[in-house]
Write a protein of this length. Structure first.
Length: 477
């Protein structure tokens, strides 16, 4: 009774499936019929294929028809691919069919499919892991290569910087030695000039004493006219002394001529001795004034001597007059010489004015600008400063006032400090290039003196500048 009920139920189920999937069931049913009618089909390609019969497998199934259909499809799949299934998959799946598990082509097919999917997943995971490991190793190699290149570049830059600093240090040391030698030479010249000045002062005192003695002598002659013979003897002695004085003046003139020759030689070597000439410039001015004063004094003395000659006795009037006139001519010649020296000094001032115009032309050609927030003097500006220093060497009485400025970016105190740093940087370069430090002064005005608007980038660039003012020599006497 139970078997009949199961058979009727399976018949109804098959009919429903046939109505729903007619095309699929027809093709599968034909394959199943072939498998059922030929149980040994494909055995020549699958020697180890199990000898399970579909009728036995489905004998106790409640839906025999459905069971036979599915079992036939599963068996056909297994038969078609049995020889290419890996032996480990076949062995592992066949070992599962032990009591209480009964043989089933469907279960065997599912087991083989699961084993294949598991194997594929493992192979894919292994391939992915290998790919990730290769990518990681490649990235690490790239990083190590980049780090090595960066290290090499940094070492090369450090070596270049070390060489540059060593060169700058050597240049600074050479400059320091040169300045020390020049300072020593200037000190020796100052001592020599001081000694000459002291000698001239002693000579002036001696001449003043002689003049006072002559005045006393004239008073004594007026009081002792009765003793003319004695007076004539004294006048003879005085004449001898005056002859000695004339010789001394001649010697002095020769010394002055020698001094003029020395000055001419120094002027010919002006380029090499410009710093010493700057120190001696004021001394020459004082010498010119002293010589002019001496010329005036000599003229006055000549006039006084002419008056004295008129009061002298008739017997020596002619000789004394001739001597006084000779001295007057000598004094006039000295005055003319001093006038010539004064004119030469005026010509030197004209040269200094020309130097000032040349320096202003260099400064006005390209104003010196700075980067935002920095006080470093750029390369083209350093070349400008070197040209200015070269021209300044030919006119030692010209000085400079350096004014630093900033734009409006930043606070007031910072900008004031930055402007002073910019002025100081320019002063340092001028001194480094040979301009005396006491001929240059620098100060800063921050953002208080703009020449353009600070609202635009171009205007702010114009305001980050240095202003030069050419002034008379700032060097102390």
């Amino acid at each position: 009774m139970k078997k009949q009920h199961g058979t009727a139920f399976s018949g109804r189920f098959v009919m429903v499936r046939l109505l729903t999937f007619s095309v699929l069931v027809s093709s599968v049913f034909l394959s199943a019929q072939v498998a059922l009618t030929a149980p040994a089909l494909g055995q020549e390609n699958a020697e180890a294929l199990p000898g399970w019969r579909i009728s036995n497998i489905c004998a106790r199934d409640s839906a025999v028809g459905q069971c036979r259909l599915y079992e036939a499809v599963a068996r056909q799949r297994i038969v078609a691919s049995w020889t290419v299934i890996p032996p480990q998959f076949r062995e592992a799946c066949l070992l599962k069919f032990k009591p209480p598990l009964e043989p089933s082509w469907r279960i065997l097919a599912d087991c083989i499919d699961d084993a294949a999917r598991t194997s594929d997943a493992k192979r894919l995971a292994a391939a992915n892991a290998a790919s990730l490991e290769n990518a990681r190793q490649l990235e690490e190699s790239r990083k190590r290569a980049a780090e090595a290149r960066a290290d090499e570049a940094a070492k090369a830059a450090e070596e270049e910087e070390r060489k540059r600093l060593a060169a700058e240090k050597a240049a600074a040391e050479d400059e320091r030695k040169r300045l020390a030698a020049e300072n020593a030479a200037e000190e020796e010249e100052r001592k020599r000039l001081a000694a000459e000045k002291a000698a001239e002062e002693e000579e002036r005192k001696r001449l003043a004493a002689e003049k006072a003695a002559e005045e006393e002598e004239r008073k004594r002659l007026a009081a002792e006219k009765a003793a003319e013979e004695e007076e004539r003897k004294r006048l003879a002695d005085k004449k001898a002394a005056e002859e000695e004085e004339r010789k001394r003046l001649a010697d002095k003139k020769a010394a002055e001529d020698e001094e003029r020759k020395r000055l001419a030689a120094e002027k010919a070597a002006e380029e090499e001795e410009r710093k010493r000439l700057a120190a001696a410039e004021e001394q020459r001015k004082r010498d010119a004034e002293r010589l002019a004063a001496e010329a005036a004094q000599a003229a006055r003395e000549a006039d006084e001597k002419r008056k004295m000659a008129e009061a002298e006795a008739a017997e020596r009037a002619a000789a004394e007059q001739a001597r006084l006139e000779a001295e007057a001519r000598e004094a006039e010649r000295i005055a003319q010489e001093k006038q010539r020296l004064a004119e030469a000094q005026a010509q030197l001032s004209a040269r200094e004015a020309d130097c000032s115009q040349r320096i202003r032309a260099i400064i006005d050609a390209e104003p010196i600008k700075f980067e935002t927030g920095r006080s470093r003097v750029r390369k083209f500006a350093r070349e400008q400063l070197r040209k200015i220093a070269d021209v300044a060497g030919t006119c030692p009485t010209v000085g400079f006032r350096i004014d630093g400025h900033t734009d409006s970016l930043g606070d007031d105190l910072t900008n004031l400090w930055l402007s002073k740093q910019r002025a100081k940087a320019v002063v340092d370069y001028l001194v480094r290039y040979g301009v005396d430090a006491d001929r240059v002064s620098g100060t800063g005005f921050g953002e208080t003196r703009p020449i353009s608007t600070n609202a635009t980038r171009l205007g702010r660039r114009e305001n980050r500048r240095i202003d030069f003012t050419v002034v008379p020599s700032l060097k102390a006497d």
